[in-house]
Design a protein around this ligand. Structure first.
Ligand code: GUN
Ligand code: ZN
Length: 443
């Protein structure tokens, strides 16, 4: 039976282990002339064209010879209501929030507006090759409905949640501990595990939540053990000092979340730029994850994330990459790896192209506890992938004039050119459950 079965030909590249810990030749799978077989939205088989094509019968082949196919990118931290406020000038975190972010998020009280931005946001993710994201909505429950409705219509695996925020924010954006608990609970019951959608309990950060609200957030995690916790942590020096003043009885920023019950395996903390070694160790013990958001950290002047500390072999912490739009300056995960490379350079570290690929794919899937479904081409996983053009622009065509290489070493070089020069223009097509969800080529 060929119903629902398709095959895609191209250079296949994915991570099957973590190149921060395993030799790259073992962590990376590269098939220069490969064939990916997709059945009912899931990967059924992969191998070389030579081996696999005789088994196909009359299954149609989409031919991307000369292009590079990787798993869809996973953005582990982004704010959909901030789509229209990227490039807000001149401030660091706390002033940026008050001056730009809160007024912008106020507009999401209007469900029609929320719906229109959610549509544009998801189209933009797909245009950049991102197929899964962990997404802040706004404080309004209808802003979550708008987002999940748009994601459901596109068959995307998306995680989102209502912002919980009961202090230090304008009245028009504030809930209460009780209302945030009730509204979040109703949204979990409505959306969590509906199709591919998943819910994240989303207190904005410790500065905008009372202790009572953080404890009720933890109560939701107890009641619904497979929902996520999504928040911000230790981004900016003034923020960390403010949290310490606000919570003097705690040992530090992470301890506020820890003692209120929020540091768990399905917890994802954005930034962690200012974390101490002891805090990294605690995140490792708890199996919690960090989203590294280099374009945002540079844009807001927050600092340089210590990825080598997060990935230290004694106390490994799960790390994904996040764009953190609108503090982030690009929807592109390739552009985000570009800036991650530069952050590593400034710290005297090297972020190889395959490590960058890992962070944008399997690493993100692991950070989100979704590695059984996403992040690589292992048969059985969901068939979300991206087709990249190594010659997408005149400069890339010159840089990569010999096309798809035969060796892993040469592929590292080609991939690095896409990390540094690729951006959104390198994305030829984005597939969701084995179907084209975005194509740069005119139909
Ligand atoms: N900390 C609390 N809220 C935010 C936000 O919206 N963006 C970023 N980058 N950091 C935050
Ligand atoms: Zn953020």
């Amino acid at each position: 039976a060929t119903g629902g079965t398709v095959a895609i030909r191209g250079a296949l590249l994915d991570c099957i282990a973590d190149p921060f810990y395993e030799p790259e030749a073992q962590a990376v799978r590269y098939i220069p002339d490969g064939l990916l077989v997709v059945q009912d939205g899931h990967i059924a088989a992969l191998g070389s064209y030579e081996e696999v094509s005789p088994t196909l019968g009359d299954i149609p082949i989409s031919d991307y010879t000369g292009k590079l196919i990787t798993p869809g990118f996973i953005d582990t931290h982004i704010h959909y209501p901030q789509t229209g406020m990227m490039a807000a000038y001149g401030e660091q975190l706390l002033e940026w929030l008050n001056r730009y972010t809160f007024p912008t998020e106020g507009k999401f009280a209007d469900p029609a507006y929320a719906r229109s931005v959610a549509e544009l946001f998801l189209d933009e993710l797909l245009r950049n090759g991102t197929t899964t994201a962990l997404v802040f909505a706004a404080v309004f429950p209808a802003s979550v409905d708008a987002f999940f409705e748009a994601a459901e219509a596109r068959h995307l695996r998306m995680i989102s949640g209502k912002v919980m925020m009961d202090r230090n924010a304008p009245d028009f954006l504030s809930d209460t501990a009780q209302s945030s608990y009730k509204e979040s609970k109703a949204l979990i019951e409505k959306w969590h595990n509906r199709g591919r959608l998943l819910y994240a309990v989303t207190p904005r950060f410790a500065a905008t939540s009372s202790e009572a609200q953080l404890k009720l957030a933890a109560q939701l995690l107890d009641e619904f053990p497979d929902v996520y916790l999504h928040t911000h942590l230790s981004e900016n020096v003034s923020e960390v000092a403010w949290i310490q003043e606000m919570f003097p009885q705690y040992q530090g920023y992470l301890d506020v979340y820890d003692q209120t019950g929020l540091v768990r395996e399905r917890s994802l903390f954005a930034h962690g730029v200012q974390l101490t070694d002891a805090e990294f160790q605690r995140l490792s013990e708890a199996k919690a994850a960090i989203s590294f958001c280099p374009t945002s950290n540079l844009f807001l002047g927050s600092g340089l994330f210590r990825i080598e500390q997060a990935k230290n072999p004694t106390h490994p912490v799960k790390v994904g990459l996040g764009t953190d739009v609108g503090a982030g300056t690009s929807f592109s995960m390739l552009q985000t790896t570009n800036e991650a490379y530069k952050v590593a350079q400034l710290r005297g570290q090297k972020l190889s192209a395959f490590k960058a690929l890992f962070l944008a794919t399997l690493g993100g899937a692991r950070a989100l506890c979704l590695e059984d479904k996403l992040g690589s081409f292992d048969p059985g996983k969901e068939a979300d992938f991206v087709v990249l053009d190594p010659q997408a622009t005149p400069l890339l065509a010159l840089r990569n004039q010999s096309g798809i290489p035969g060796t892993l070493e040469a592929m590292a070089d080609l991939l690095f050119s896409l990390v540094i020069m690729g951006g959104d223009r390198a994305v030829t097509a984005t597939y969701v459950l084995g179907k084209v969800a975005y194509s740069s080529e005119s139909p």
